[in-house]
Design a protein around this ligand. Structure first.
Ligand code: NAD
Ligand code: IPM
Ligand code: MN
Length: 370
């Protein structure tokens, strides 16, 4: 089951309000049917659509109008499609504005997923990604700006003095590494209660970046050691990339920096059958939002064939977070049944169904379960 461990603290008995942001290119084609399915499962929830991207620009002359920010702030949480560029300021607000510090990306193969792996049934782990720091948000500049720093210490080993070029800064704070580590441990505890091994894996380039990745490594290791029932393992990030393919069954909860998590989540997604299948959730102390791992799939826009599974499973993570546990499980089971039957799959999964035909099959499975 998808983890619903970061449960919202219920401050009132009012049903939740979900801010829905379609995003760009083909993203609205997965968001709209997902909202219909969520309405069916949880009729008491309120959905408020806030404009994004080109629509927002046409209506308000701004890709991130005040109305959208207010709708995000007023909602219990947000369901976000994907940004293809125009919606990026909204994505930035959802991450840094709302301080959603951890991105949880489950990687699980289900029968019927079109995986290129020989034994995909071994794949069932979760990537816990730093959602705020590392190289994000970009802090870049001209390398000439670094001259002042270069004379002050020995860290500047290959100083490109007199050369032209650019640099990027990578930031790791104790606070963010620590809360990322705690999130990973809490998730591992939650999974352990459901029969998983309770193993946290840290992967980073700590051999070459002892101050930044080394800090992440030290804090994650120390934090895991404070949970007596959990075990800890660590790998250099390049070695982990190989292990995602060679021995995924050795992984349970995998903690990664922002950029490593971004890249390896797509690799992991490829191993189960593609980006159409990979959900995610971003949690902070005061807010959460839910989005698929994939982007706006501009190559599929307007075709009506994009796979809505990743978006719907992100919706299931949202249901679990909001305490709608039974509905979350029902949605997951209906999707699994649709894949097991294999008659209404989209093109990326080797089928010929349209997005809507796939959704109709899932809805049929939900209705038949009632
Ligand atoms: P992408 O994830 O949009 O697409 C990569 C490939 O996967 C494409 O061939 C696409 O057709 C396919 N694909 C993606 N989702 C699919 C689905 N649900 N069903 C079937 N096939 C699917 O990545 P990209 O093409 O590198 O980026 C497109 C845009 O999306 C860029 O502007 C990028 O910055 C943005 N992006 C946004 C987010 C986000 O909003 N969180 C995430 C990733 C990429
Ligand atoms: C993701 C995306 C984003 C990221 C982009 C759109 C900024 O690739 O959510 O995986 O790099 O985090
Ligand atoms: Mn990405």
């Amino acid at each position: 089951m998808i983890p619903g461990f970061f449960k919202r603290l219920k401050s009132s008995s009012e049903p939740p309000t979900i801010c829905v942001i379609n995003g760009d290119d083909a993203a609205p084609e997965v968001v709209r049917p997902t909202v219909e399915v969520l309405r069916l499962l949880a009729p008491d929830m309120r959905f408020v659509e806030a404009l994004s991207g080109r629509e927002a620009s046409e209506r308000y002359g701004d890709t991130f109008p005040d109305e959208t920010r207010k709708a995000i702030d007023a909602a219990t949480c947000t369901l976000f499609g994907a940004s293809g560029g125009p919606s990026r300021p909204i994505l930035w607000y959802l991450r840094w504005g709302k301080e959603t510090y951890v991105n949880v990306r489950p990687v699980r193969w289900c029968p019927g997923y079109h995986s290129p792996m020989l034994h995909p049934q071994r794949i069932d782990y979760v990537i816990v990604r730093d959602n705020l720091e590392g190289m994000y948000p970009p802090r870049e500049g001209d390398i000439a700006e670094l001259d002042a720093l270069s004379s002050s210490s020995s860290w500047w080993q290959a100083h490109p003095r007199g050369k032209r070029g650019a640099y990027a800064l990578r930031i790791c704070t104790d606070e963010q590494m620590y809360r990322l580590a705690v999130a990973a441990c809490e998730l591992a505890m939650f999974r352990q209660a459901a029969g998983y091994p309770g193993c946290v894996t840290l992967a980073a380039k700590y051999s070459i970046l002892p101050r930044t990745d080394g800090l992440l490594r030290a804090i994650v290791e120390e934090t895991v050691r404070s949970y007596p029932s959990l075990s800890y393992q660590e790998f250099l990030i390049d070695d982990l990339a190989r292990r995602l393919i060679a021995s995924p069954e050795t992984l349970d909860v995998v903690v990664l920096s922002n950029e490593h998590g971004d890249i390896l989540a797509d690799v992991a997604s490829g191993s189960i059958g593609g980006l159409g299948l990979s959900p995610s959730a971003c949690f902070g102390g005061h807010y959460a939002y839910f989005e698929p791992v994939h982007g706006s799939a501009p190559d599929l826009a307007g075709e009506g064939i994009i796979n809505p599974t990743a978006m719907m499973l992100s919706g299931a993570m949202m249901l679990a977070y909001l305490g709608y546990t039974e509905q979350a499980q029902r949605l997951e089971r209906a999707i699994e049944q649709t894949y097991r039957e294999g008659v209404s799959l989209t093109r990326d999964q080797g089928g010929g169904a349209s997005t809507i035909e796939f959704v109709e099959a899932v809805v049929g499975a939900i209705v038949s379960m009632k």
